[in-house]
Design a protein around this ligand. Structure first.
Ligand code: TXA
Ligand code: MG
Length: 355
């Protein structure tokens, strides 16, 4: 299959550029499109055959449920059986935006979309290209991140092309995304809302809106017999680069000399053995690492938004350079830092060295 790429000028989003993609979605085909978080791989959420095509294109296990994306608030009714009070408050505060809510599903939503669950994940993206495409399609759009299963989520259309060329009908290229980590997921079906995946709508923001919020233990800790994530997708080795990644954590918030020394030494040692080595750092420490290895800064340490936006792109760049070992500085776990550290620790397979 030939994958068509349609480049969108964000200064003037034209319907005629999106109508073909909308028609493909309506007819059960696959179209990748930008959202404010990461690129999504879209299909008609109400069409079981279309949902199956997503799993095939991504190589994704079919028990991993999809998020249904809607263009406007009124599109929610057809997808859900009821809207719990906490859901109402959170939607009012953060939709459209990077927040996915889990509701009891209606009978209109096929189990192929929900991975067999009686709940459905719904999100209303704020990205105007995504919004218009969904509106023109006239159906809710199931969309996981548009990467091959197990790879870091795509933050540019080029990333999508790398993974999906020849597997899907169309890529809508709306330029690089703004946020760079996937949406926050909150389950509102229980008595207390539960955070299943941290994102740009932070835990602090959620608590401001609904008071108490529980955090799924799988957000911070590796899985074990006791800890099984409630978002099935979180159980897979996720966001993972091909290289072995180790996260080095100091005792203080800022990066200490010790962290820099430990990373530099480990990197040089692997390099001396002939390996391709990469270091992930910040602007403040960039100059302190050895030139013999590949060094990438995610930006200024205090600018969490920049760090989040650059993270997956750097992991993908290291993949394409054949990097075998990555050593990364770690970050504060507050606010957006919780999402950054959640993705980094998962990418590292929980290899964290405390120094
Ligand atoms: O930002 C995002 O959410 C992006 C863009 C494209 O919108 N999408 C995305 O989808 O990250 P995906 O499929 O990569 O991640 C969806 C996550 C998975 O971890 C999945 O297990 C969880 O949402 N999920 C979906 N439906 C669920 C449900 N009914 N109950 C619990 N978790 C659910
Ligand atoms: Mg994903």
């Amino acid at each position: 299959m030939e994958t068509k790429v349609v480049i969108i000028d964000r200064a003037l989003i034209r319907d005629d550029q999106l109508l073909e993609g909308a028609a493909i979605l309506r007819k059960g085909g696959l179209v990748a499109f930008p959202t404010e978080t990461v690129y999504g791989l879209g299909a008609n959420a109400l069409d079981p055959e279309a949902a199956k095509k997503i799993y095939a294109a991504k190589g994704r296990p079919s028990d991993n449920p999809l998020i249904a994306h809607i263009g406007q608030r009124s599109d929610l009714e057809v997808l859900v059986k009821e809207i719990p009070e906490a859901g109402r408050k959170l939607m009012k505060a953060y939709w459209p935006g990077p927040l996915t809510l889990i509701f009891p599903k209606s009978s209109a939503v096929p189990y192929e979309t929900t991975g067999g669950l009686d709940t459905v994940a719904v999100r209303m993206p704020s990205d105007l290209v995504a919004k218009r495409l969904i509106e023109l399609a006239g159906v809710p759009v199931a969309a996981p991140s548009a990467n091959t299963s197990g790879r870091p989520s795509p933050t540019t259309a080029d990333h999508v092309y790398e993974d999906m060329n020849g597997r899907i009908e169309m890529i809508v290229d709306g330029g690089p995304v703004g946020i760079g980590v996937e949406s926050t997921i909150v389950d509102v079906t229980g008595s207390v809302p539960m955070l299943l995946r941290p994102g740009a709508v932070t835990l602090e923001m959620l608590c401001d809106t609904v008071g108490q919020v529980a955090v799924d233990p799988a957000v911070a800790k590796p899985m074990s017999a006791e800890i099984k994530p409630k978002a099935p997708g979180m159980k897979y080795r996720h966001y993972a680069p091909k290289a072995e990644l180790m996260l080095v954590e100091g005792k203080e918030q800022s990066v200490s000399d010790k962290v820099v020394d430990v990373i530099a030494n480990m990197a040089l040692e692997k390099r001396a053995q002939g390996h391709e080595v990469g270091i992930i750092c910040t602007d403040e420490t960039y100059d302190r690492y050895p030139e013999e290895v590949r060094i990438r800064s995610l930006g200024q340490r205090s600018k969490e938004e920049t760090i989040a936006r650059n993270l997956f792109g750097v992991l993908r760049e290291f993949d394409s350079l054949g990097v075998e070992y990555i050593y990364s500085e770690s970050f504060s776990k507050e606010h957006l830092g919780q999402a950054i550290m959640n993705r980094l620790t998962k990418a590292a397979g929980y290899h964290i060295l405390e120094v």
